[in-house]
Design a protein around this ligand. Structure first.
Ligand SMILES: Nc1ncnc2c1ncn2[C@@H]1O[C@H](COP(=O)(O)OP(=O)(O)OP(=O)(O)O)[C@@H](O)[C@H]1O
Length: 375
């Protein structure tokens, strides 16, 4: 059987590169097609630098060619990652802050703040300089999780300007919108107002040198998020979801929000929280209370990295409630999981900084066992 170039191009018009609207031929992603009898070689450019995206594109091309012509067709796909032309970082860069990572969830209560606190502490334990900006205007919970609920940031004079000094605990600098609102008072925030308050918390604070500033966003994908995203120079976003369908549907909207043209913040990956439950007396059993591996499949579907799964553990909840996040413990299975997730975030940040325009590329001081990092 002889396959022609024209027929292959027609077949490729049935599929798209993940995250792009038009088919891969019309979008200009397919660079070249060469055929020799039953052999087909396709050269394609994509902008998503993740291994999952490359594999997905390759698998889809092989599938469509084999389905269209014959199972015996030999298909070779050369995938090249090219940086997107649009600048990815909006807003002015902040001196001293190398990476701002937004942690978001579509749905509320899926454990976004718990993950943010534990990742921050894991990063600090790895030797990074870390801050958290708690931007969850609907329910700022970071002060409780860091046991600094009653503290208030002091002011300091830096170069003739009065700056807020973040509150510090467990090696992490914290500023929260909760420090400035009364606990029982309902505050109605509009997008631009929230963005302005957060801008002040970032630009009018003495953060010092930070490798990572984690931004704990409010749940959802509304007007507030648009304002925050458009006004801050965000390096990348992490989406937290449980494996439950209702949470996944919202997580998908979250990823779509970051990827839309007016926002265009690279998604570093998805974390599955409350992935399963293992009772202490049955350590080999896993019960998938909210469903099995839903967030992992969602990550594959969307062509974004899967950063890991955190089980439901009573001590994680208790540790958060008493203001000593679980990552502070040493040598527990949960700490190992959190370290793995944190390493994956660092790796994806490093990849992102290599393949897309800056904020300033991250400089690592210590990084236990992280292969993507060049010291
Ligand atoms: N892996 C886990 N194991 C056990 N409990 C957890 C886990 N993750 C989160 N929780 C608990 O679930 C509750 C909700 O978590 P958290 O406040 O972090 O969610 P959130 O997504 O930040 O919520 P919000 O919508 O208020 O922003 C908390 O009581 C927390 O302790």
């Amino acid at each position: 059987m002889k396959i022609t170039r024209k027929e292959v191009l027609q077949a490729l018009q049935q599929i798209t590169v993940p995250g792009e609207g038009a088919n891969m031929v019309d979008s200009g992603a397919v660079q070249n097609v060469v055929t020799f009898g039953e052999e087909v070689v396709v050269d394609i450019n994509i902008s998503n630098p993740t291994m999952q995206a490359k594999k997905k594109v390759e698998a889809e091309i092989i599938k469509v060619v084999k389905n269209t012509f014959s199972d015996s067709a030999k298909v070779k796909v050369n995938v090249k990652v090219v940086a997107a032309d649009k600048p990815e970082i909006k807003g002015k860069q902040i001196p001293g802050i190398k990476n701002i990572i937004a942690i978001s969830s579509g749905k509320g209560g899926v454990g976004k703040s718990t993950v943010t606190s534990n990742v921050a502490i894991s990063l600090a334990k790895m030797g990074f300089n870390v801050g958290i900006l708690d931007a969850d205007i609907y329910g700022p919970s970071i002060p409780i999780m860091f046991d600094v609920e009653r503290e208030r940031p002091l002011a300091e004079n830096v170069d003739g300007k009065s700056k807020m000094i973040p509150v510090e605990n467990y090696g992490v600098k914290v500023l929260s919108i909760g420090f400035f609102t009364k606990p029982n008072q309902a505050v109605i925030w509009r997008g631009p107002m929230a963005a302005k308050a957060l801008n002040q918390l970032i630009f009018d604070a003495a953060w010092g040198e930070l490798d990572f500033l984690l931004l704990d966003l409010p749940p959802g994908t509304g007007d507030i998020h648009l304002s925050i995203m458009q006004s801050l120079p965000i390096t990348g976003a992490v989406v937290v979801s449980t494996p439950q369908n209702v949470a996944l549907a919202d997580a998908k909207k979250g990823v779509a929000m970051f990827q839309q043209d007016s926002i265009n913040v690279p998604v570093l990956g998805i974390i599955e929280n409350m992935a399963y439950f293992t009772p202490a007396e049955l350590p080999d059993n896993k019960y998938y209370i909210f469903g099995e591996e839903g967030a992992k499949y969602l990550a594959q579907d969307l062509g974004v990295p899967f950063l890991g799964e955190l089980p439901i553990v009573q001590s994680v909840r208790e540790a958060g409630d008493i203001g000593r996040p679980a990552a502070l413990q040493e040598g527990t299975p949960v700490t190992a999981v959190l370290t793995e997730i944190t390493r994956n975030i660092v790796e994806e940040t490093v990849k992102r900084n290599k393949s897309l325009p800056p904020t300033e590329a991250i400089k690592i001081t210590t990084m236990a066992g992280c292969s993507a990092v060049k010291k």
